[in-house]
Design a protein around this ligand. Structure first.
Ligand code: BG6
Length: 474
């Protein structure tokens, strides 16, 4: 069956403020939780801290998008982007998270960025919080474990919705909210120091608080911007049973539901029965206040945004580990892996799109997919990034199949269209971009941008609306 992509399909790219902007204290910005993560540090058990001058923090300058955004948006426009996903850095707008008045300089930056995108017909797709809770809130309240963050987030949403309502039509609340159970510091600003497994209680409570905040954001968004759409966002790289042993099959299903529980609540408006059992078995008792369940039921998300990078195998007797790409279990002998050990699985991508559309019957939006690799610069200065182009070709082909299967897909944003700092490891070496940025792991480099071979390749994919996937000759 031949299928093409819908005429208005949103091809584009995605980044997060804290991984590209730099300017980490400029124009009165406050610190966010990602600003205190040195390169290579543990993203899971991080202890909420101050900046230590002895450490190097790659994100402090990152690729200085704050001052290079015009050049970067122009390059993305040249590739034909229809949309660009980025986040608003909460601490640029409210430096501690508790101010009443927003920081005008921070607001102005995003005004200018969105205007620049719109000038080229690029729709901004905005994540309201992408691992960027203000550090002050993490330290004072233990992040989202406290319901104090709900009204603060609501005030932040109201401020940015009112300011950008004529510029932004696609919103998402929390990046990879299901990582609250896997990377609790990044996803929910929870410090899990010395808490063994009791942090699960905080993580579930944080999830509930974020569900309430999400519902309030949906309500506000629909009231203030009737033509806008607001999604939730999950990390949904998938997991397969390692064997056909019934225990492996069922427990894989249950394991997957530790993620899908988040979209079940936000897309369907209700805690599913299996999630109540899961919490009971973990000894978790949620503090749910009057009216909150009704709010969650009434204000569900308009679409499901998700990241997909890979798959992994699950077995009932193996402990799963996690990183930014999803869960890590047993290697799949049928799949090749990236330089960072992430299995490459385009059929898993088609499978995931179908799984999610079957489950919710609401539009889905692939807001992250990509390959982090080491780039080699040839003597003439060119970069022929064949592995990246192959990954892209296979995943776009899988997406086309998913559309032919009947999935309603709003768009596809490649992760890191220009090189940025890795969220999982703080490296620059792990590059996703079609545009190379001259900066290394130790902070050396001119920040000069240059096109890789994949630049023209993605441009061709977009201009043919996904029809021509033929790889270029070297
Ligand atoms: C996702 C995050 O988990 O994975 C991004 O939303 C992140 O912020 C991306 O960058 C890729 O992970 P990494 O660790 O390679 O940067």
């Amino acid at each position: 069956m031949t299928t093409t992509f819908p005429k208005d399909f949103l091809w584009g790219g995605a980044v997060a403020a804290n991984q590209c902007e730099g300017a980490y204290l400029e124009d009165d910005k406050g610190l966010n939780i990602s600003d205190v993560l040195p390169g290579g540090s543990d993203r899971f058990a991080h202890i909420v801290a101050e900046i230590d001058e002895k450490n190097y923090y790659p994100s402090h300058e990152a690729v200085d998008f704050y001052h290079h955004y015009k050049e970067d948006v122009k390059l993305m426009a040249e590739m034909g982007f229809k949309c660009f996903r980025t986040s608003i850095s909460w601490a640029r707008i409210f430096p501690t998270g508790e101010e009443i008045e927003p920081n005008e300089k921070g607001l102005r930056f995003y005004d200018e960025l969105f205007d620049e995108c719109l000038k080229y017909g690029i729709e901004p797709v905005i994540t309201i919080s992408h691992y960027e809770t203000p550090l002050y809130l993490a330290k004072k309240y233990n992040g989202w474990a406290s319901r104090k963050l709900i009204p603060l987030f609501e005030h932040y949403c109201e401020t940015i919705f009112k300011r950008y309502k004529s510029k932004v039509k696609y919103w998402m609340t929390f990046n990879e909210i299901n990582n609250t159970l896997r990377l609790p510091y990044l996803a929910a600003a929870i410090d899990i120091k010395n808490k063994d497994t009791s942090w699960f209680g905080d993580a579930f409570q944080a999830s509930h608080n974020m569900f309430v905040a999400n519902a309030k954001a949906v309500k506000l968004c629909h009231e203030l911007m009737p033509n806008a759409r607001i999604g939730c966002m999950l990390s949904l790289s998938n997991v397969y049973p390692n064997t056909c042993k019934p225990e492996d099959i069922f427990e894989t299903y249950n394991f997957r539901r530790r993620s899908l529980f988040y979209s079940d609540v936000m897309m369907r408006g209700k805690y599913p029965g299996y999630s109540l059992r899961m919490m009971e078995e973990m000894g978790v008792k949620l503090d749910i206040r009057k009216g909150e369940l009704e709010l969650i039921a009434k204000y569900t998300n308009d679409y499901l945004g998700f990241s997909y990078y890979r798959t992994s195998n699950f077995a009932s007797n193996v402990e799963m580990k996690y990183n930014t790409g999803g869960s890590v279990g047993i290697d799949n002998p049928y799949l090749e892996k990236s330089d960072w050990g992430w299995a490459i699985d385009p059929i898993g991508f088609r499978y995931t799109c179908n799984e999610l559309y079957d489950r919710y019957q609401k539009p889905i939006f692939i807001v992250e997919n990509g390959l982090g690799t080491v780039d080699t610069i040839a003597a003439d200065g060119s970069i022929y990034d064949l592995d990246r182009m192959k990954y892209l070709a296979k995943h776009v082909a899988a997406l086309r199949e998913a559309i032919a299967d009947g999935c309603d897909i709003l768009g596809y944003t490649w992760w890191g269209p220009f090189d940025i700092v890795s969220a999982g490891t703080g490296e620059m070496k792990k590059r996703y971009g079609f545009i190379y940025v001259d900066k290394d792991n130790d902070g050396n480099g001119t920040l000069k941008r240059r096109k890789k071979a994949s630049f023209d390749y993605y441009k061709k994919i977009i201009s043919t609306n996904g029809a021509d996937l033929a790889l270029p000759e070297k």
